[in-house]
Ligand binder design. Structure first.
Ligand SMILES: [Ca+2]
Length: 563
């Protein structure tokens, strides 16, 4: 890596910004200083002037303001740098691999770096906007320098990259570790100083990347934004295949698992949950804020009508209840051992997102990932049949294969995919970094209960209170990362920056529904009875939003408080 001497000086000066403590009491943590901006000194020259080990810059070009937009607003002028790291040929499959990336460097930079962690099985370089989903704004338009990568392989729908052992490791945790120092050096080359503050964020597998980063790279980032983390992804995927096996026992069309639990029947369950739980938070408004109380109040077998005759949509047969109840109460192996979390009952079981995750994904995505990305030895891609694998392979065999190693695949999936000691965040905490986690309560693929169990463990590991550095926000009604009958549009990145750099701990993050006219995109799951722009506070767990005494307007966050 070549950095001009003057820039090395700037990098040293930057390090002194970590000094300074505020607060008192026995839990005083360092207060990190705020980032300061700078202007881009060059763009196209970066293609030749920037050098870093194992890195090839393939292009650097200026992008005019308005070329990209978010929510109808122009994103400002910036420099787009494309490149790759660690080009190599696989000893397992003979194919060529590299870690592809793009960085977008704003002309008017806010002094911050954002690592955009992507979803799915990675495999494509998503546009480095600095976030996605339904966020009202993202990092790039706010002036962050943003990196996005393919995490070390090409092909966002093809799990056969798992034949290559190094590609497994890059996908798991090593791509982020390799990209981080390169990205910071590129920022130094572009602006004359390293980033003052660095943030890491994503949802789903991107939330997993964030979760892993806070345990493996606690010194590299100051804030971690963790959305719907599949932080035990191989186990969640096997649990989802457990669900497919259960559904298959009551599907009227064996080739279509959704016939086991139709949209009308799912709506019946959501309505039954609302009938028991909606008012527990003081407001009968179609949102169940008190998720914990709801699980005690609602009984699936008792409160969902049982069909007396043929299935009719407004009831479940006894056989359906027997098949579906274990999916909620938690997947188990043949010995009755639970290996993944339960799922809570909520208001959003009938949204389209849930059907996709429960009926399509286990057969077409989870199966291939389990067998080829995580399993040891991996399945042979040319003859692999996803639905047959999901429905025929014993759960015990799946669990054994993601825990296995051999002479070629020397690290198991449970090692390379999962965070390391996830309730020990002392290094991150003690240097003043912060963590914000959000998770939809109606998420059908990664259970909010799994994330809540981790957070309870974190509280225990920190004397009963982790809120000084890490907070969990459960989002009622929200499906996987977005959607569901929910207020799913919120800006936790700004809340995280305010916490990291200004010491303003997030109490209630305001979230909006995305009804008709929403600039970023309409959520079709928003009930027609709601105001299109309904707002609610998202509350740090274990607090929940409750209706204020005397408040009558159910469409505004002002009527609720976190308690
Ligand atoms: Ca309610």
């Amino acid at each position: 890596m070549t950095i001009p001497f003057a820039l090395r000086g700037a990098a040293v000066a930057c390090a002194t910004l970590f000094a300074g403590h505020v607060g008192g009491g026995d839990d005083a943590l360092p207060q990190l200083s705020a980032a300061t901006g700078a202007s881009l000194s060059s763009c196209t020259q970066l293609a030749t002037a920037f050098q870093f080990a194992n890195t090839t810059i393939t292009s650097a070009e200026s992008v005019l303001s308005g070329t990209l937009t978010w929510g109808g607003s122009a994103i400002g002028a910036h420099c787009l740098v494309k490149g790759e790291m660690y080009r190599r040929t696989s000893p397992q499959d003979g194919k060529s691999y590299a870690i592809g990336f793009e960085m977008r460097l704003p002309n008017a930079w806010n002094g911050r770096f954002f690592y955009q962690a992507n979803g799915g099985i990675d495999g494509s370089v998503a546009t480095a906007l600095g976030g996605g989903g339904p966020m009202p704004t993202t990092a790039l338009p706010q002036g962050f320098a943003v990196i996005s990568s393919d995490a070390g392989h090409s092909g966002s729908t093809d799990p056969s990259f798992g034949i290559d052992f190094q590609a497994r490791l890059d996908y798991g945790y090593q791509a982020a570790a390799k990209l981080t120092p390169m990205a910071k050096a590129l920022i130094a080359a572009a602006y004359g100083k390293l980033p003052d503050r660095s943030y890491f964020g994503g949802c789903s597998n991107g939330g997993r990347h964030s979760f892993v980063a806070m345990t493996r790279m606690p010194e590299e980032y100051d804030g971690y934004l963790v959305g719907a983390p599949g932080y035990r992804l191989p186990l969640a995927a096997i649990a989802n295949q457990f669900g497919a096996k259960q559904y298959a026992t009551v599907a009227t069309n064996p080739s279509d698992l959704s016939t086991a639990f139709t949209a009308a029947e799912r709506a019946t369950v959501s309505a039954a949950v609302l009938a028991k739980c909606d008012a527990l938070d003081g407001a009968t408004d179609g949102l169940i804020q008190d998720t914990t109380a709801c699980q005690a109040a609602f009984d699936f077998n008792r409160d969902v009508p049982t069909c007396s005759g043929a299935r009719a949509g407004s009831c479940l047969s006894a056989a359906q209840k027997a098949a579906i109840a274990p999916i909620f109460s938690g997947a188990f192996d043949g010995k009755g051992h639970r290996f993944y979390a339960s799922f809570p009952f909520d208001s959003g079981h009938n949204c389209a997102d849930s059907s996709y995750w429960e009926f399509f994904v286990p057969l077409m995505i989870d199966s291939g990932a389990t067998a080829m990305i995580w399993g040891v030895p991996p399945a042979v891609p040319a003859t692999f049949n996803g639905p047959a694998y999901a429905l025929s392979t014993p759960i015990e065999a799946m669990l054994a294969s993601v825990a296995a190693t051999n002479g070629t695949y020397t690290e198991s999936a449970l090692s390379f995919m999962l965070p390391v000691q996830p309730t020990n965040l002392a290094r991150l905490k003690n240097r003043g970094a912060k963590v914000m986690v959000y998770h939809g309560v109606s998420d059908a693929i990664f259970s909010v209960n799994d994330t809540t169990a981790w957070y309870e463990g974190l509280r225990t590991a920190n004397g009963g209170d982790a809120s000084t550095f890490a907070r969990l926000f459960r989002v009622p009604g929200m499906a996987h990362c977005a959607g569901g009958p929910s207020t799913d549009q919120f800006d936790m990145l700004t809340a995280l920056v305010d916490w990291v750099e200004r010491g303003q701990a997030p109490e209630g993050v305001i979230a909006h529904a995305r009804g008709a006219g929403n600039a970023v995109g309409v959520n079709r799951d928003v009930p027609s009875s709601w105001s299109p722009n309904r707002s609610r506070p998202l509350c740090p767990y274990p607090k929940v939003a409750r209706l204020k005494a005397g408040a009558t307007d159910l469409e505004t966050a002002d009527s609720f408080r976190c308690q």
